[in-house]
Design a protein around this ligand. Structure first.
Ligand code: NAD
Length: 470
């Protein structure tokens, strides 16, 4: 049988593409070496959010005095939190399996390898039929499968930096190890103050584990609005998280981390050593290209697959979506890329590109950070004339009612000429839940006068988006 589409990787990109193409009546085969759902569902977004929610419940219970509530003998059971996390993941993975089943998509569990034309031809399999139709051949579990189109959704894995002493060190964790741990570490050093680093810093801090964050750049979360990040930095440092910026890890030996250039409000040192029970390394992720070696003409840029606006690679009928393209490593980007890729394969009219200018992103710290569009620094570097509107979140009644002692911030970057909204950057709970409204505005190029006509429900924190332009 010849499939219309062979998909390698069953994460948000792969399963979204599989569902969409199958729904359109096409024969689809999807290969997944571990579990459907990919990093996001199994060892990323969902397990972290499940654990973070448990930690937040504990933290809120022990910090409820400011709301007039005193709770005594509050305790948590980390094993029970882990068990709940596993159940949440299992249910969601089962849901994806059922959806693909319903659409009659073939799912093969195993590591898939793309065969080269010469390998295929040696087995009597030809890249072109007599009618000139192209075929790709994929080998998995000893079987060979044929498809007209190939979609690579192989994702990414944690990057291991070349720091002496990091490899095969049982004290060193990556995020997957941290999520699997049955016990909390007694203390933790987190190398990398990016999204993964700061979310784990939040989890461990809220559960009472002493946390040190080591960030190479002058600030944590270096890609976000600096004013927003500063609010988090101030709060976390005040709460006792040791955050060292502009700091380099020289080496790791057992539980000892040698750092240089450490800078924090309380310390400044050229070279020193820190010790902790575990060391979590979260310094970015790299595209997975294993199994694709036969596609030796596939164009790569800095180790990621180059794609056009419709997720096509430089090879005919070969598409790529998600982290493997190295564009923006977010699950919702991956699934949108998959919709666009399948739309292109199905020749749907009009062909739709991805609005990369309006991709929302959330960091699940406490308070949460949510943003969409460009920051004022990016507007400046792009020479876009802009103005900034900003308000503390306390201008929202609901925020005041539910966020005692917090100020939060909402910033809007506006085109100075036509008044269109270019970016929105917030810190304050629960901004993750209303950043989508800002995404609509940025995606559709809403102007301030247009946004003024949108009615926001009262009392909600989302009203800040109205207050800011009032
Ligand atoms: P990241 O790129 O967000 O952060 C890595 C951080 O490590 C950066 O701040 C970088 O300056 C720092 N760094 C790099 N090398 C270092 C070194 N040797 N010593 C100290 N610091 C160093 O990467 P991540 O946090 O690993 O996350 C990986 C990807 O997963 C990102 O694309 C992220 O957006 C995504 N992710 C998203 C979410 C979410 O949407 N909530 C959650 C987790 C991960």
């Amino acid at each position: 049988m010849k499939y219309f589409l062979a998909i390698i990787g069953g994460g948000p990109a792969g399963y979204t593409a599989a569902e969409k193409a199958s729904k359109a009546g096409k024969d689809v085969i999807l290969f997944e070496q571990t579990a459907l759902g990919g990093t996001c569902l199994n060892v990323g977004c969902i397990p972290t959010k499940s654990l973070l929610y448990g930690a937040k419940q504990f933290y809120n219970a022990t910090h409820a005095q400011k709301y007039g509530v005193t709770a005594e003998n509050v305790a948590f059971d980390f094993a029970a939190m882990q068990k709940r996390k596993t159940i949440v993941v299992r249910k969601l993975v089962a849901g994806i399996k059922a959806r693909l089943n319903n659409e009659h998509c073939t799912v093969v569990n195993g590591f898939a390898t793309v065969l080269s034309p010469s390998e295929s031809e040696a087995n009597g399999l030809y890249s072109f039929s007599e009618q000139g139709e192209r075929s790709y051949f994929v080998e998995c579990n000893g079987e060979t499968y044929e498809a007209e189109n190939l979609l690579i959704c192989t994702g990414s894995t944690n990057f291991v930096p070349p720091i002496p002493g990091i490899k095969d060190n049982p004290a060193v964790w990556d995020s997957t190890d941290a999520l699997a741990a049955t016990e909390l570490p007694e203390s933790i050093i987190i190398v990398g103050g990016g999204v993964i680093g700061m979310e784990f810093a939040t989890l461990y801090h809220e559960l009472g584990v002493p946390v040190t964050v080591i960030e190479a750049m002058p600030t944590i979360l270096p890609n976000l609005d600096p004013e927003v990040v500063q609010i988090l930095l101030d709060k976390y440092r005040k709460a006792g998280i040791n955050i060292l910026t502009s700091t380099k890890v020289e080496s790791i030996e057992g539980n000892n981390v040698t750092i240089s250039g450490a800078s924090s409000p309380t310390s400044s040192t050229s070279s020193t050593s820190l010790t902790s029970d575990k060391i979590l390394v979260s310094v970015g992720r790299r595209a997975n290209l294993q199994g694709l070696e036969a596609l030796n003409d596939l164009e790569l840029n800095r180790g990621a697959i180059v794609v056009d606006d419709f997720m096509k690679t430089n090879l005919p009928n070969v598409y790529a979506c998600g982290d493997v393209t190295g564009k923006i490593m977010l699950a919702h980007v991956a699934s949108r890329q998959a919709e666009v890729a399948v739309g292109r394969m199905l020749k749907q009219i009009p062909l739709q590109r991805i609005a990369y200018n309006a991709i929302p992103s959330v960091v699940y710290t406490n308070p949460e950070i949510a943003s969409v569009g460009i920051t004022e620094q990016q507007a400046e570097s792009m020479s876009i004339p802009f103005e900034v509107r900003k308000l503390p979140m306390t201008f929202s009644g609901r925020f005041m009612a539910e966020n005692e002692g917090e100020t939060g911030l909402c910033k809007m970057v506006v085109d100075a000429k036509n008044k269109s909204i270019l970016g929105v950057h917030c810190i304050g709970n629960p901004c993750s839940e209303f950043i989508a409204a800002a995404s609509f505005a940025v995606r559709n190029g809403y102007t301030i006068p247009e946004m003024e006509q949108v009615v926001f429900p009262h009392p909600t924190v989302s009203e800040i988006l109205h207050e800011i332009i009032a």
